[in-house]
Design a protein around this ligand. Sequence first.
Ligand code: PEP
Ligand code: MG
Length: 548
Amino acid sequence: MELSGVGVGRGVAVGPILRMPDPLPEPVDSPRDDDAASEVATVEAALATVATELNERGSKAGGAARDVLEAAALMAQDPTLVDDVKARIEGGKTGERAVFEAFAAFQDILIGMGGLMAERATDLGDVSQRIIAQLRGVAAPGVPVSDEPFILVAPDLAPADTALLDLDRVLGLITRDGGPTSHTAILARSKSIPAIVGVIGALDLTDGTIVIADAAAGTILVDPSDDELAAARQRIADRAAAASAPLTDGVLADGTKIPLLANLGSPKDAAAAVALGAEGVGLFRTEFLFLDSKTAPTVEDQRAQYTELLGHFAGKKVVVRALDAGADKPLAFLNDAHEENPALGLRGLRALRASEQILRDQLTALALSDAESDADLWVMAPMVSDSEETEYFVSLGRELGLKTVGVMAEVPSLAVLADQVLEVADFVSIGTNDLTQYTLAADRMLGSVAHFQDPWHPAVLRLVKLIGDAGRASGKSVGICGEAAADPQLAVVLVGLGATTLSMTPAALADVRAELALHTLDEARQLAARALNARTAAEARTAGTVIS
Ligand code: PEP
Ligand code: MG
């Protein structure tokens, strides 16, 4: 049997699948059968089991994960919390309900304290879910724990789940929901985890089934033959060997330089990007630093992070994006109103403009870090629609001391008006993920429309060309920082359409570097012209890949 979906990256994974357990429903507040003393004893045993499990996982994981897990184990045995649980049981609640209520009350207190304490509230929620699962005798929610490597199957993953994936255990990722540019997919690609998203039938796979997940083909082969397994394992070995090719700067066959930059979400990932040959940073997603923050970060908090980032790139370009909050990356301190269609709502620059002090603080922190570093800092705004918004952001950036200020091209209106925008902005960087989502009106989170999320679509390519032409006419830089830049063949076409730099997850640099070296700028332009005239994404991919 074969299932299909949309592949993320070009990797292959072979192994048994393990399903992510379903989230637990809230325990009902029903009368208790047992006497209080035996209910308390059951809960105490569950607390002890969960604390032991967390400690054991911590010592196996080591490093930062150990600290997190040990802190969680302590929460499960916190005397104030345990007393509160007991009091609630004695007051008539069931053990599950008492745990749920006591932990929720404590979470509220932490959230009220703000800052670092508020960030611990999520961990407390996780511990409470584990205890309730233990009491019910079901698997704990969240990424499953296994001693054997496995391919994780889930409806979708929250960014926090993906960030915590244990790379020694999780060989691949299969999700029912999500498109190729959902943030789950982006994080998977950045960790070089082969992923296939938008797979109908994914959740029908049973634990332990052996599959070959082929991200390049977007297929999942269930119960493969020995020959198929051997061929897949050979591909995995070949890719590992190709990844160790020499690190050179990005250059076309005719010597045209196309700097290859990294997309990063934390200063912690900078050293690995440099090791993979990143010539700088083309997109630093600052919102990833603050996904769990309940309150806006201070100038000093931010300055420390940005200074750490810039420290890795002396003499190199680093493009930092202002907070892109909203849609699938809500930040509690910026997006507090419910919206029916958040991707079309107060997202990116729109949200920042509505809370201007947060934007001012961020730009101030960036200017301070720039002043104390030797990197070449560029700053850009997400989700910008036209030259009026561009003017607003560029003048605020300059007022606060930034020297190179630009915008992202993610909304089709900005592409159409690129000539006007480039009269004001120092540069444009094209976010092909959102540009594709908004051009084709296809939610990037939605598996059912994942096939629309294809940046090869000629409508997207024509918009990229408008921006490329405006860039060439104004002599300003046009970068690509969406996932499209990580597709080697598409990267060549994007250069042919006028992109002057390409930024991607560092894991993709080797493949793109190798492909660029095979084509001259002239060839790239011919391939681009052919792709532009195609009628569908599939036709454009064929037309833009082969020179006849
Ligand atoms: C994009 O939209 O292409 C982009 C790079 O931004 P993000 O994926 O973070 O929305
Ligand atoms: Mg975007």
